[in-house]
Design a protein around this ligand. Structure first.
Ligand code: HEM
Length: 516
């Protein structure tokens, strides 16, 4: 009789200990206990937020919780979401490291900017390449200008003209993904070593099939990842050969240098902690290049898709935009202007002039705001020693905290009527471009701080150029936009995976002549 009593007592004590550890402590005694719970189980179970994530409702559910409960909410026993400018500044600029989840983005078993956790190696690697992604460098880059000219005049515009003349509809999303890959790879590896997915539909489909399998971890994803890595390595090798033999050229296509590849390869020699043999260097650079291809093409494609969708719904806005585009010199009218000195290279307006067009800027920024390609939480870990966030003190080390562009961009003080697409809101403020101070503080499509998107200027410059060249030459109309609503995922395109438009050539182009 005594033995069972002892066993029962031990079991009861263990049970009490477990209840204390997993329920009473996190729900009532932890410093997090004073933070509002997004769900009644959030303080002691991680399952509710896990389930929202799994069924694809994470970001919208978190936004609804913030609307009800304020700027800081508890999602799980050790997980918070923060939606305020001060909280955002603190989390993303004060040494909160990324969570292990970002390990998903490692290529070649070698870390890159997106996947690196620790601050020091990350900041060394970022310093190596951030210069070639700065706005001033990109705007002055002859290589990007040459590559862009070729991509527009030989690939994108001829295809759109041909489809318009045949009166055939186009699925914009895969074409925009192809354009994203061609622009990105041309800047990384040089135009002659770039992908040619705008024209080569089979190569495009093969690549995106592999990319889809890898992203969704479907059956065979490791094999798909290896194939993508081998493909990227072949682009790297071509770029390397090109850099070693500057005379490699073709007669029909102008050349542009492999800007990012060369920059990073050269910079590795300047940091003693970095790999030194040609093979290890190549893998290190290849991991970073693949990171840019993956991070750059899909996000840009999603943005272009929503730009074209919103403009296709608004013929009057298209006309206003076209009038603005007609102030550029030279015009982006197809066929693009070429000079007699170099008949192979089309002339484009300066990136600086395109960047300064207020309506084009406003349309793009309103799409970034309302349809951020990365709308989801960006998780970080609270640092050793703990922190105070938004008046909640003693938040211990090791708590996952995040903010999401979806929530931040719906702040009604900065963006009144946040669900409505209103490009004109970005035409207020100084010089009519860029919106108000509050809007700039709450704009978070590219993240912020040390881990902010390295390709933001590249994305803005190329997206403006593509939009400008389309609306100089065409009007667009919607054929099928079913499923256009944005998915609730980390990188979030239309749930239907498509947007079908028709392009109609602009016949009565007003050419404005400029005094020389
Ligand atoms: C519309 C286009 C784009 C959007 C909306 C976007 C968005 C973002 C966001 C929100 C982050 C921050 C992630 C975090 O804090 O955890 C990020 C990081 C990053 N993005 Fe982009 N991105 C875009 C285009 C590009 C392009 C063209 C590149 C090509 C270089 C690129 C490369 C990267 C890299 C390497 C990082 C990691 C930076 C770091 O951790 O230091 N992105 N991007």
């Amino acid at each position: 009789m005594a033995l069972p009593l002892l066993v029962v007592s031990v079991i009861a004590a263990l049970f009490a200990l477990l209840i204390y550890h997993y329920v009473i402590l996190p729900a009532f005694l932890s410093p997090l206990a004073i933070i509002p719970n997004a769900h009644f189980t959030s303080s002691f179970l991680p399952t509710w937020i896990w389930w929202q994530r799994r069924r694809g409702y994470e970001t919208r559910t978190i936004y609804a919780a913030h609307q009800k409960l304020g700027p800081v909410v508890r999602l799980g026993p050790s997980e918070l979401s923060v939606c305020s400018v001060d909280g955002l500044r603190q989390i993303y600029t004060a040494g909160f490291e990324k969570t292990p989840w970002y390990g998903e983005f490692i290529n070649f078993n070698t870390p890159n900017l997106v996947s690196m956790k620790e601050h020091k190696p990350h900041s060394i690697q970022k310093r190596m390449i951030s210069n070639v992604y700065s706005k001033s460098f990109l705007q002055a880059s002859p290589d990007l200008q040459i590559a862009s000219g070729v991509l527009l005049s030989e690939r994108l515009l001829p295809l759109l003209v041909s489809m318009a003349r045949k009166d055939k509809p186009i699925n914009i999303l895969p074409l925009a993904q192809a354009a994203g890959m061609d622009f990105m790879s041309a800047y990384l590896f040089g135009i002659t070593n770039s992908t040619d997915f705008i024209r080569d539909i089979k190569a495009r489909e093969d690549y995106f099939k592999l990319s889809h399998i890898r992203l969704h971890k479907s059956s065979g994803w490791q094999e798909a990842a290896t194939k993508i890595e081998s493909y990227c390595l072949s682009l790297c090798k071509a770029a390397e050969q090109f850099s070693h033999d500057p005379l490699i050229t073709t007669t029909s296509t102008p050349r542009s240098n492999p800007v990012v590849y060369s920059k990073m390869y050269t910079m590795l020699d300047k940091f003693p902690s970095m790999p030194t043999t040609p093979d290890t260097k190549r893998i290190r650079v290849a991991s970073e290049m693949l990171d840019h291809l993956l991070a750059g093409h899909e996000t840009s494609a999603i943005t272009i898709t929503y730009v074209l969708w919103e403009l296709s719904r608004r013929p009057a806005l298209q006309s206003r935009l076209r009038a603005e585009l007609h102030t550029l010199s030279p015009l982006l009218t197809f066929p693009l202007t070429k000079t007699s000195e170099d008949p192979r290279t089309p002339l484009l307006p300066s990136p600086h002039d395109i960047d300064n067009l207020p309506l084009l800027n406003a349309v793009l920024y309103e799409v970034f705001r309302l349809y951020p390609a990365v709308p989801a939480p960006q998780p970080r870990i609270t640092p050793p020693g703990g922190v105070t966030i938004e008046n909640y003190p003693n938040i211990p080390a090791g708590v996952t905290v995040s903010t999401s562009a979806y929530c931040v961009h719906r702040n009604t003080d900065a963006f009144p009527d946040p669900e409505t697409f209103k490009p004109e809101r970005w035409m207020q403020g100084e010089k009519g471009t860029g919106g108000t101070e509050a809007m700039r503080r709450w704009f978070w499509a590219f993240g912020s701080g040390g881990r902010m998107c390295v390709g933001s200027n590249f994305a803005v410059q190329t997206l403006k150029l593509i939009t400008a060249s389309i609306y100089t030459n065409f009007t667009t109309s919607i054929i099928d936009d079913e499923g256009i609503e944005q998915a609730d995922s980390y990188i979030a395109g239309p749930v239907g995976g498509k947007l079908i438009l028709k392009f109609h050539e602009v016949t009565n182009t007003v050419r404005i002549s400029y005094p020389t």
